[in-house]
Design a binder for this molecule. Structure first.
Ligand code: HEM
Length: 149
């Protein structure tokens, strides 16, 4: 599951970047909202929902999380345990919520500009949160590989 979780990050990232760029362009160039604009947003949201599900399974089975939750006071003083148990999980939940709100607002937008604008802003915010919450290899003690090891 951790392997799937690690690989799925790339699917989430690629879709989130594509959907954000598409929405931003549509907003700025006063483009036409089409089925394919909506579909890209929907696929992005679905990829994040699957990642959420896999993340929960990883969370429940994780030895790291088990050791953290056995003594939360101590875990909060350990940057690695705190990151995976609290920060990573909470930030990803926020990002997933942002994508859901952005997609719902885009669907209900009064006109095409409103639809693109909602998706552009909420998806861009989600992208910033996701990038900040990934344990990239360069992140000192809590870094993990670019790909599953
Ligand atoms: C867009 C959402 C998410 C992305 C992109 C993401 C990405 C990642 C990545 C890249 C890793 C490191 C994998 C490795 O070791 O190679 C990881 C670890 C982890 N993730 Fe996520 N994650 C997301 C959401 C979540 C959520 C919602 C949860 C919990 C409900 C979660 C729980 C965890 C845990 C517990 C670990 C560490 C497990 C361990 O090493 O024992 N993740 N995540």
């Amino acid at each position: 599951m951790l392997t799937i979780h690690s690989l799925l990050r790339w699917v989430v990232l690629v879709l989130l970047v594509m959907a954000t760029v598409q929405a931003w362009r549509g907003w700025q160039s006063k483009g036409t909202w089409t089925e394919s604009s909506k579909r890209l947003g929907l696929f992005t949201m679905i990829s994040m929902d699957i990642q959420l599900l896999v993340g929960f399974i990883v969370f429940v089975g994780s030895d790291l999380v088990k050791s953290a939750t056995s003594n939360m006071g101590e875990a909060m003083r350990n940057p690695v345990l705190r990151f995976f148990t609290v920060e990573h999980t909470a930030m990803m939940l926020v990002a997933i919520a942002l994508v859901h709100v952005g997609f719902a607002k885009a669907k209900r937008g009064a006109d095409d500009a409103q639809r693109f604008k909602a998706m552009a802003i909420f998806f861009a915010l989600a992208l910033v949160v996701v990038v900040a919450a990934i344990p990239w290899p360069f992140r000192a003690a809590l870094g993990r590989g670019w790909l599953p090891s």
